[in-house]
Design a binder for this molecule. Sequence first.
Ligand code: NAI
Length: 336
Amino acid sequence: MVQYHVTLIAGDGIGPEVTEAATRVIEATGVPIVWDPVELNANVIEREKKSLPDAVVDSLLRTRLGLKGPVSTPVAGGYQSVNVALRKRFNLFANFRPVVTIPGIHSRYEDLNLNIAIFRENTEDLYAGLEQEIVPGVVTGIKVITRVASERIARKAFEFAQREGRKKVTAIHKANIMKQADGLFLTCCREVAKEFPAIQYGELIVDNASMQLVMNPGQFDVMILPNLYGDIVSDICAGLVGGLGIVPGANFGENFAIFESVHGSAPDIAGKGIANPTAILQCCVLLLSYIGEREASRRLQRAIAATYKEGKYLTGDVGGTATTSEFTSAIVEAMK
Ligand code: NAI
């Protein structure tokens, strides 16, 4: 019998609570996923003195597939972000974040049926980690934009648009100021766009794009962004459809894929059993589809939709009073 081996990174904060929900729903699908749980959190990183402990790397090299809860990153100092380290180590160059309205979740735009696909470049830009204090009181941070990385994220976005019958791809930039760096990003997007003449191509400066997202989000279809703008704009987009508890993500490379929510470790609610696991459950929808278990993927997606439509067991962030576990049980029940 086919078995799928998947590295399971619970992370920290609300990570263990939401990944437990994920393993429960995967079990309910009946798809034979064998989890390889590995520890990745502040304690392990402090103990091993590196952002990526060997056990995590070894497991991912074996499975090539991961489901990951959030991991906290210290602010202004401390160790390198685990997420940045993982994306670099496994060359997970494309961060895909589908932002979709789920009926039953109240938001400012609940009538709009939003379906925005975000493709965020995942390996460079200001996240290259090249920072130094050149003289006391002066720190430089280097923004790295390469042709290779810009072309491959643009191609990923256009290939998705073509495959999914989407109409329009918009590149987001600040090339009026960063004429060379964002200029190169745009040049690559324009070149790739020419290979897909059936898909409309547009460009927006990132500050205007942020305003447009708030004023008129229905105009967006597929978006391509360099790393930093992609990070910020995806949180804006999460806010359009009900918040960070909802939106899933996938990090794709040539040979590896790691699925993780857009949200972080949410220390303000960690350990209370009230986190919304929808984002990671939607990661499971993506993961099941990625491994070819399309029917199970659709079944889980329908169960999430039905649970929101019924509206009886919703978590606090979307206006309900259910715990993480009660919401998960409702999903499991809806899958039967
Ligand atoms: P956050 O996403 O953890 O939380 C922001 C707000 O959204 C909080 O009020 C939180 O309670 C709420 N929220 C987030 N996820 C939720 C969920 N599933 N259900 C209900 N409410 C939810 O962002 P924050 O506070 O900026 O970051 C906290 C830590 O997480 C930091 O150390 C940061 O570095 C890390 N982080 C990790 C990520 C990852 O591992 N992929 C991604 C983003 C942040």
